[in-house]
Ligand binder design. Structure first.
Ligand code: DC
Length: 239
């Protein structure tokens, strides 16, 4: 699972663990930790949708101009470089060779990324790259549609879930920990709105794949979720 179709490839048999779920369900944290434990590459597909959104905002392309935003997604060179070290998120994102990682979780990107990810042209451009990447190595791939659309052949699909209230609580605590201003009610509203957009869009909506294992994480710590997925990895993949 190299970072970009043009990157050097690892000569391993493709093996993808697909992790899907709603916003703030812990996919990235769990996926990153799982990849570290397995020595797999970590690929957070949400970062690509965020990169397109950031680029559109920076170029002052109106976010509701579907055609221009889709063209931008097709034209941009987005590289998601998995770093197996202890970086915050486990990857670096380059857009046209500039490291944009620190800007991907800004309030502006958060506010617009769900809309950008409804655009068919954007999804087509990014899904194609993600499929190519998935077919080339061993990785943990997280998103909304990995098990259903991007890589339905994944031998292990996990769907991480939690109530909107619990997810908002986690986001709230994350922000407080980082010393950022946080208001629980507005975070909860944002989570609900993103759930609505992600699950109601026409193309590749958030769905549980029929063969996915659902883990309800409300009462579980991060370690307990990772342990539960590791257990599935041992059972299903014999590794
Ligand atoms: O996981 P995240 O919050 O970084 O995702 C950002 C947005 O991208 C979110 O609104 C849903 C969308 N997304 C998607 O539609 N498909 C994916 N495979 C990953 C993310």
């Amino acid at each position: 699972m190299p970072c970009h179709p043009s990157s050097p490839q690892r000569s391993t048999i493709p093996l993808v663990i697909a992790i899907d779920g709603p916003a703030a369900s812990g996919k990235s944290t769990v996926g990153h930790e799982l990849a570290k434990r397995l020595g797999f590459l970590f690929f957070d597909t949400g970062a690509m949708y965020r990169a397109v959104t950031l680029a559109a905002l920076r170029r002052q392309i109106p976010i509701d101009d579907e055609q221009r935003v889709s063209q931008l997604a097709a034209d941009l060179l987005i590289q998601v470089i998995s770093s197996q070290g202890d970086t915050d998120r486990g990857y670096t994102v380059l857009v046209d060779n500039e490291d944009v990682t620190p800007h991907l979780r800004s309030v502006e990107v958060d506010a617009h990324v769900s809309i950008v990810s409804t655009y068919v042209g954007v999804r087509t451009a990014l899904t194609e790259q993600q499929r190519r990447i998935a077919s080339q190595g061993q990785g943990v791939m997280v998103g909304r549609d990995i098990g259903t659309i991007v890589y339905p052949e994944a031998p292990l699909k996990v769907y991480l879930d939690a109530t909107a209230e619990e997810r908002a609580r986690r986001r709230y605590l994350e922000k407080i920990k980082r010393g950022q201003p946080a208001d629980y009610e507005s975070i909860l509203q944002g989570v609900r709105q993103r759930d609505r957009i992600d699950s109601q869009r026409a193309t590749a909506p958030l769905r549980i794949a029929s063969d996915a294992v659902v883990i309800q994480t409300d009462d579980l710590s991060r370690e307990e979720v990772v342990d539960a997925v590791m257990e599935l990895v041992h059972q299903r993949l014999q590794i």
